[in-house]
Write a protein of this length. Structure first.
Length: 155
């Protein structure tokens, strides 16, 4: 009986861990500069991770992979220097499908497009950001460009 109780406690402990999912990361691990422009939409990899509770975000691929079925909230903030030919933009993608975009284009001054969304994700669903074609995104040690997500509740 004691072994069964210990197993039950271990299962509850693991379920509690997997229900704690949150991450925040900025684009560049170090230094400063523009990413892009690229001819096509290109996945963004946010390398400076400040939190990755539950380890659902991969800083090598830029992919967030849902560990449990639930409602998740994502936010992304971009920074760019105004440029006549190059906007600043990225689109949040779920399993290859574009969901919401953050995009600004002006010839001068800085731009700071952002967006957020709550999504119902299944186990294994993949969420990431894709840089808009022909755009430039800036980051530095001040961490202007960020991507964050968290599990609101399981379903």
């Amino acid at each position: 009986m004691a072994n069964s109780t210990e197993n039950h406690v271990e299962v509850l402990r693991r379920e509690g861990e997997v229900k704690r999912v949150a991450f925040s990361a900025s684009l560049l691990a170090s230094g400063a500069g523009n990413t892009g422009p690229f001819n096509t939409q290109t996945p963004l990899v946010f390398r400076h991770v400040v939190a990755n509770i539950g380890n659902a975000y991969n800083p090598n691929t830029g992919f967030f992979i849902a560990p449990v079925r639930g409602a998740y909230h994502f936010e992304f903030y971009l920074y760019g220097h105004g440029h006549a030919s190059h906007p600043t933009g990225a689109v949040l993608v779920k399993n290859g499908d574009p969901i919401f975009i953050a995009y600004e284009h002006q010839a001068s001054y800085s731009v700071n497009p952002s967006n957020g969304v709550t999504l119902l994700l299944e186990i294994g669903d993949v969420v990431f950001l894709r840089q808009w074609q022909n755009s430039r995104i800036y980051d530095s040690q001040n961490r202007h460009t960020t991507f964050s997500g968290r599990l609101l509740f399981t379903m």
